[in-house]
Design a protein around this ligand. Sequence first.
Ligand SMILES: CC(C)(COP(=O)(O)OP(=O)(O)OC[C@H]1O[C@@H](n2cnc3c(N)ncnc32)[C@H](O)[C@@H]1OP(=O)(O)O)[C@@H](O)C(=O)NCCC(=O)NCCS
Length: 116
Amino acid sequence: MLMIDCPQMNFPQRRLLKIGNNVILWSGSTVGHRTIIEDNAFISLDVAISGYCTIGENCFLGVNSSIADNMKIARDCIIGAGAVVITDTEEGKVYVGNPAKPSKRSSFATFRVEEV
Ligand SMILES: CC(C)(COP(=O)(O)OP(=O)(O)OC[C@H]1O[C@@H](n2cnc3c(N)ncnc32)[C@H](O)[C@@H]1OP(=O)(O)O)[C@@H](O)C(=O)NCCC(=O)NCCS
């Protein structure tokens, strides 16, 4: 787990961000302040994550997706390439498009993992 903090700063954004274990963060991606990325998340190329977001465990964020401020991406979600997320997501779903909407298939089906 990685906490990036700036103790010399004395304002609310001081705790800049928290990144869990086994997180993959590819090049070109940006992560806003006070965002939390939980364990095993995969953030692919050129993803824009705004401030005050939570990216849940095991989430996959596709290339060039954007996550607006304050969003909570629930665990096990897939965010499709180029999706623009402006509402919180539900656990285990696939979201595509702008604004991002859930697709019919669950993320478990997309990853070909049986739902339990
Ligand atoms: C979302 C994704 C995972 C596919 O999921 P899936 O469950 O297999 O989805 P399907 O291909 O069956 O498509 C389901 C629907 O979503 C739409 N869709 C799929 N991906 C989409 C995308 N990125 N943007 C918009 N719509 C998309 C399809 O057109 C289809 O629409 P329909 O139901 O109206 O026909 C995939 O398209 C994607 O975006 N992958 C990310 C790729 C990537 O970033 N890789 C990084 C490598 S480092």
